[in-house]
Design a protein around this ligand. Sequence first.
Ligand SMILES: *[C@@H]1O[C@H](CO)[C@@H](O)[C@H](O)[C@H]1NC(C)=O
Ligand SMILES: *[C@@H]1O[C@H](CO)[C@@H](O)[C@H](O)[C@H]1NC(C)=O
Ligand SMILES: *[C@@H]1O[C@H](CO)[C@@H](O)[C@H](O)[C@H]1NC(C)=O
Ligand SMILES: *[C@@H]1O[C@H](CO)[C@@H](O)[C@H](O)[C@H]1NC(C)=O
Length: 699
Amino acid sequence: MLPVTTGISPPRRARVGSTSNLTRRLGRQAGTPAAIVLAALILIGGISFLLHNRISDEEEGHGLHVVSSKRRSLADDSGGSGSGVAERIQLLAEGAELENDRMAQLEDEQQQEDSDSELSGTLFGAKEGVKLANGQQVAAMAAKTGARNAANSRTRSTQFQKASPSRFAKKLEETRHRVGLQAASRQRYSAIVSSFPSQPEPAVEELSEAEVARRREAIKAAMLHSWRGYEKYAWGQDELCPVSQQGKNSFGGLGATMIDALDTLHMMGFHEEYGRAAEWVRSEMPLNASFDASVFETIIRVVGGMLAAHDMTGDKVMLERAQQVADRILPAYNTTTKIPLNIINLATQQAKNPTWNQRASTLAEFGTHQVEFWRLSQSTGNDTYAELAEGTIRHLHKGWPQQGVMPLFISPTTGNFTARRVSFGALGDSYYEYLLKMWLIKGRQDEMYRSMWERAMDEMINKLVFTSREGLTYVAEFDRSIIKHKFDHLVCFVPGMLALGAHSGAVQGAKAERYMQLAADLTHTCWQMYHRMPSGLSPEYVTFSAQGMKVGAAYNLLRPEALEAMWYMWRLTHDWKYRAWGWQVFQAFEAHCKVEAGYSGIKDVRAATPVPDDTQQSFFLAETLKYLFLLFSDDSAFDMDEWVLNTEAHPLRTTQPKQEEQQHERQQQERKRWWWPPSRSKSGGGLISGSDGSGSIAR
Ligand SMILES: *[C@@H]1O[C@H](CO)[C@@H](O)[C@H](O)[C@H]1NC(C)=O
Ligand SMILES: *[C@@H]1O[C@H](CO)[C@@H](O)[C@H](O)[C@H]1NC(C)=O
Ligand SMILES: *[C@@H]1O[C@H](CO)[C@@H](O)[C@H](O)[C@H]1NC(C)=O
Ligand SMILES: *[C@@H]1O[C@H](CO)[C@@H](O)[C@H](O)[C@H]1NC(C)=O
């Protein structure tokens, strides 16, 4: 079965049609008192179902926060720690908010049919600050859920019939309150971006060597500033709270920022700082903190960070520690299908999955161990790690051989997908990245990964890539046969990945050119997400509708993906606009995120003076500043043939393709890549910092 591909249909028309049917049905029902009662019952059924789920999430929600910030869209306004509960509520709200075409349709019909407005207004209390259109839409959603629920679940409907009227009224009141709050905040967030004053256009010009060096120094100074704050206030903890000037543990207490910063410090030539961090890893890093750690985060940040430090310096302690942490994670793989669970307690080694998605394992989580575990096996000579991690990909390859894009959730018990939601953003993203990067790190020979990647990219391009009326290209999401025109900042990793794939020969000829063009278009959209905001910083996600790009969630967590794209595009085209864009993004971080003790995320990118969220994410040091540094470094700073960056931007050594193959490939590249710039300075394969000579790396 092909749960996704069969489900994605050319979306817009079909969807708008069915929505309008739903609306008409509601409108007709509104005509008779009996129909109103029926609609209300269905609606209440939906609400009780949603409430029930929310309550059980809250009961079992413990531990969810640990898998928060790298890959999830955080739902709460504060930009603080996300949770399954928050995400569920967000999904509900998104369901109401993000169906933009549908929303427009509803609004049109609303003008024509007063009865619709009355119905939704009555049910959802416009008086309480819920905008009519939102109310109507939530009502439509809830009614739809209710109808599905009533049809599918006798149990739940009996439950809801048994509920006493007063309990019922209370629940309705609670839900109304919650939905009201949510709708009000959504409304706040959906200001149309195109109406914002734009930042001044950056001058796109070729810079002198001295100017490039000056900018590189400014970026290094930012790294030092972030690091010093961490050293002073949060030493040994996962993250710095730069405003309250303290530390916090959010990833298992393994010193995530310390380890994430290692290779960036080393690349930038901060050897004393590197030395202090390495000494902490050697003698103080706790391996058994009793904390529900995310398997995924621990692998990409901690295992990946130490493997990179080992690859860059040859320091054996880094490898030993990486292996020790990996060994503590392995029990997560002890499932009938060998699909790993998402959460593990490093002290007790008890593994589990979160409850909010029916204890399924998440695509981006189990699909993002392969590069680290493969490299770990290579470095230690023990195949266990690679075999386990690669086993999950082989499972997908064997079970769904024709399918490229995969749903987000899979049951570790049955090995089957449990939902049909698809995303290249939160929960899905780095699975696709690792298909390509596994092909690269294994010496470009393992056809399984390459073909799976190509299939996924082609499906993405055919079904999920859209261009907005204002000419911005984006990758949409898919959920139960509905396309959601939502674009996470996280998806800005896609252009870098496409460019890397095209450059490295994963696809060739005209197709490589198409991928490269799409990479350029998407990078432009990612840039616009910064450029159009009053603060010059991107929101967490935007949505697209007939009116244009809108802000989805307004917070900024200092995320790296857009800069990652700009760096890859700079490297592969040497178009100066990418340096101009990247510099402007850096200026916005300097203006709005820099505080006395480091850099903080902000709560609302539309504010002239944004409020800080008091978190310096560890990926700011691992990725954001590293990509900026590379953007203003010579090409020789990073050899793309010898190194692959894991999804946390930790560089790992690749296995080189055989000599002849390499030569053949080069010839092909020269023939077929018209955009490929003349080689500027070919390094000897090292990973060294810019032309100022700092931070060269010993083997
Ligand atoms: C972790 O290990 C250390 C020494 O190996 C021990 O003293 C400590 O109690 C352990 N902590 C936990 C939470 O198991
Ligand atoms: C794996 O799981 C089985 C069944 O749950 C259990 O009996 C076994 O001890 C576990 N093995 C490890 C290494 O955790
Ligand atoms: C490889 O590592 C696994 C997991 O730590 C261990 O159980 C196994 O004994 C190791 N194999 C060898 C040959 O060292
Ligand atoms: C997985 O799904 C397939 C196809 O729907 C079904 O035949 C199979 O029984 C399922 N496996 C399990 C273990 O549920």
